[in-house]
Design a binder for this molecule. Structure first.
Ligand code: URA
Length: 291
């Protein structure tokens, strides 16, 4: 549950403060870092007027933050960046690639992830959420990222959308002993926000290595964000579902058949889409049974 609580008294130790928040009912973090609400924000001295006349000012420029010497805004941390990483210049992604590629089994990959500190989400999450199911399975499902229940248990898809996923698996005669399930990010984003491109990019080398190690017959992206990451398609899942794509990396001996499904959380909100999704599951079943 997410609460908005009044400010605690000033003169408390860190331990007292934590107890105060717990007693007030706070049980999860929704921001990436602590916010010092006691610190008054200095008022901006003379905000520069927007020059809307003469040479037209680009609105993106107008919305850009002031230079970092401005006292009124905190400096952006790397985790706050919404820009995609710049290839090899991004140290965390490079480190993730090396670490992931050094793993020779799914267990080794999990241990490598446990030691990895390059993803900001790890700071606010309770547990690493990597895989559930059978690493020998012919089918790998990839969702977006862990939610509250997944964060508590350290397993993907164990909350309400996981319950629906289990039902849909059962409808084609499968359960978690015959599939493997993972996500595009391996720690819960605070307040279930969408992972930033940087968070996704830094987890991607681990997901790619997972796919290489498991080498499934079929790869299924659950929802738009997973479809975008895995299928390199920018169009909506509504247009991608029901179609088959090829997923390949240099580490795979052959391309893998990949498809996208509506995310179970979306189906819980939009049960009208269950009908077409049932057709998609039947397509997956026949692909699995095909020689
Ligand atoms: N939604 C996801 O995308 N992944 C989970 O693990 C749980 C919910």
């Amino acid at each position: 549950m997410v609460y908005s609580v009044m400010a605690p008294p000033h003169s408390m130790s860190a331990q007292e403060l934590l107890r105060w928040y717990i007693d007030a009912g706070v049980d999860e973090t929704i921001a990436d870092g602590p916010v010092n609400r006691f610190q008054e924000k200095p008022k901006a001295a003379n905000p520069a007027p927007l020059d809307l006349g003469g040479k037209k000012k680009d609105l993106a420029d107008a919305a850009a933050p002031p230079p970092s010497s401005s006292p009124s805004l905190p400096e952006a941390s790397p985790e706050m960046s919404l820009l995609p990483p710049q290839g090899g210049a991004n140290g965390e992604v490079t480190a993730a690639v090396h670490l992931a590629q050094s793993a020779e089994s799914v267990d080794e990959l999990r241990r490598a992830l446990e030691t990895f500190d390059g993803c900001g989400l790890k700071k606010t999450a309770t547990k690493l959420v990597f895989t559930d199911g059978n690493p020998e399975a012919p089918i790998l499902f990839v969702g977006e990222g862990p939610g509250a229940e997944e964060d508590r248990q350290g397993l993907p898809f164990v909350g309400p959308s996981g319950k629906l996923l289990d039902k849909m698996l059962a409808s084609i005669g499968l359960d978690r002993t015959g599939v493997l399930i993972s996500n595009t990010v391996f720690w819960r984003p605070p307040g279930n926000r969408t992972p930033t491109p940087q968070e996704t990019a830094v987890c991607m080398p681990f997901l790619e290595r997972l796919i290489e190690l498991v080498d499934p017959k079929i790869l299924v992206a659950l929802g738009g964000p997973a479809a975008k990451s895995l299928l390199a398609e920018t169009t909506s899942v509504g247009r991608l579902r029901g179609k088959w794509f090829s997923y390949s990396t240099p580490g795979l001996a052959r391309p893998i058949d990949a498809t996208a499904l509506y995310h179970p959380a979306y189906l819980l909100r939009s049960p009208g889409q269950k009908r077409v999704t049932w057709m998609d599951w039947l397509g997956i079943k026949s692909k699995l049974q095909a020689p």
